[in-house]
Design a protein around this ligand. Structure first.
Ligand code: ATP
Ligand code: MG
Length: 356
């Protein structure tokens, strides 16, 4: 199997004491989407900046299509496209002018650039806005132009740092379709995201990064399966009652329940049997649920379970972030749970989940 992107024990410290990356390793198979997930400040952008040669690592190494990102930086730059978190496009130039500028910077001829810009404007639904300055674009249009700019030189490897943050669901789905199209054509994509749904839909494998370390890696399915087959949601009258219920349920559960507002979320293996036991316990403690449902675990549950933090979906665009305090069922605000972090080895021969 050949890897388009490899990170091996990459380390980066800023200002002597901010340990942004503490030995990050992962590998991205050619022609696939790899999702780098993690809360704010986890180190995702730093990893992308190192792998795209913008920043030098303090330790470890990165390779793109077999080429070292430090010693062969010039070559690597020819193989990659980057749509960074902070848009590198000029707000005073039109969409077409921005794409043309990027093409010229990539030393493409005038003819090739003009044709490529036209194709991309068409592909990204920006033909009508092509001759307007970028500062008149909506957030979604700008994001699409950002990604288009990263594609001008047809790079085989594309880095997208939070490509859909701040986009409405319609534009997000457009960008997803476009990424799927690129990968269908053989491009390798590394994307960072805080949207678990995005990783679930697009990524063949994901790595969860927290405080500069990869704390879990595998296919979305493996990570979810690790949590058990089912999550039991139990809604209570209010948050205080939910805390009390979580304490009661923590005594029997094999996995720790989480409290989100007035809801207790309990990962279980044998759903129906666990449901009966939970109902009996609640009844014995005079707790009556307002909501009671079994559902499949989502990547959000995985994220919460291993980072102790909810995702921050929507926090950048003013939509409701999932920032309800979560506790570990013992009244503490939960951080990482001991013994819960896990790693699915990228080279695991059986492809199965393996705890680390
Ligand atoms: N140039 C810099 N100088 C000092 N500290 C930095 C610099 N760049 C990043 N950091 C710090 O390194 C850590 C990782 O930052 P990074 O931007 O990689 O996180 P992130 O996972 O991309 O977060 P977000 O989801 O908010 O984009 C943070 O603590 C950040 O403050
Ligand atoms: Mg970032």
């Amino acid at each position: 199997m050949s890897y388009a992107i490899e990170a091996e024990g990459i380390e980066k410290t800023f200002g002597g004491d901010v340990r942004a990356l503490d030995g990050v390793s992962f590998a991205v198979e050619e022609g696939t989407v790899f999702g780098l997930l993690g809360p704010n400040g986890a180190g995702k952008t730093t990893a992308v900046r190192i792998l795209t040669t913008i920043l030098a690592p303090d330790g470890g190494r990165g390779r793109v299509l077999g080429h070292d990102v430090v010693s062969e930086a010039v070559l690597v730059r020819r193989l990659i496209g980057l749509a960074g978190q902070n848009a590198a496009v000029d707000p005073y130039l039109t969409g077409r002018e921005n794409l043309t500028m990027v093409g010229r910077l990539n030393r493409l001829s005038h003819e090739v650039v003009a044709q490529r810009a036209g194709e991309l404007l068409e592909q990204f639904g920006l033909v009508d806005a092509a001759n307007r300055p970028l500062k008149t674009y909506s957030g979604g249009m700008r994001r699409r132009l950002d990604v288009a700019a990263a594609l001008v030189a047809r790079p085989p490897v594309l880095f997208l740092d939070e490509p859909t943050t701040g986009l409405d669901p319609h534009s997000r789905s457009d960008v997803w379709g476009m990424i799927e199209g690129l990968v269908g054509g053989g491009t390798t994509v590394l994307l960072t995201t805080q949207y678990l749904e995005e990783a679930d839909r697009l990524a063949r494998r994901v790595a969860v990064v927290d405080r500069g370390r990869v704390i879990a890696e595998g296919t979305p399915e493996q990570l979810k399966a690790d949590l058990g087959t089912t999550v039991l949601d139990v809604g209570l009258a209010d948050a205080a009652t939910a805390e009390r219920a979580a304490q009661v349920l923590a005594q029997t559960a094999t996995r720790a329940p989480s409290v989100v507002g007035s809801m207790v979320e309990l990962p279980v293996d044998d759903g129906p049997r666990a449901a009966m036991e939970v109902l009996r316990l609640l009844d014995r403690h005079a707790l009556s649920p307002t909501v009671f449902r079994l559902r499949e675990p989502s990547l959000d549950d995985v994220f919460l379970s291993i980072t102790g933090k909810p995702t921050e979906e929507g926090s950048e665009d003013g939509a409701s972030p999932v920032d309800v305090p979560r506790t570990d069922g013992k009244g503490r605000r939960s951080r990482r749970r001991p013994g819960k972090s896990r790693q699915v080895s990228a080279t695991s021969p059986d492809g199965g989940a393996r705890a680390r």
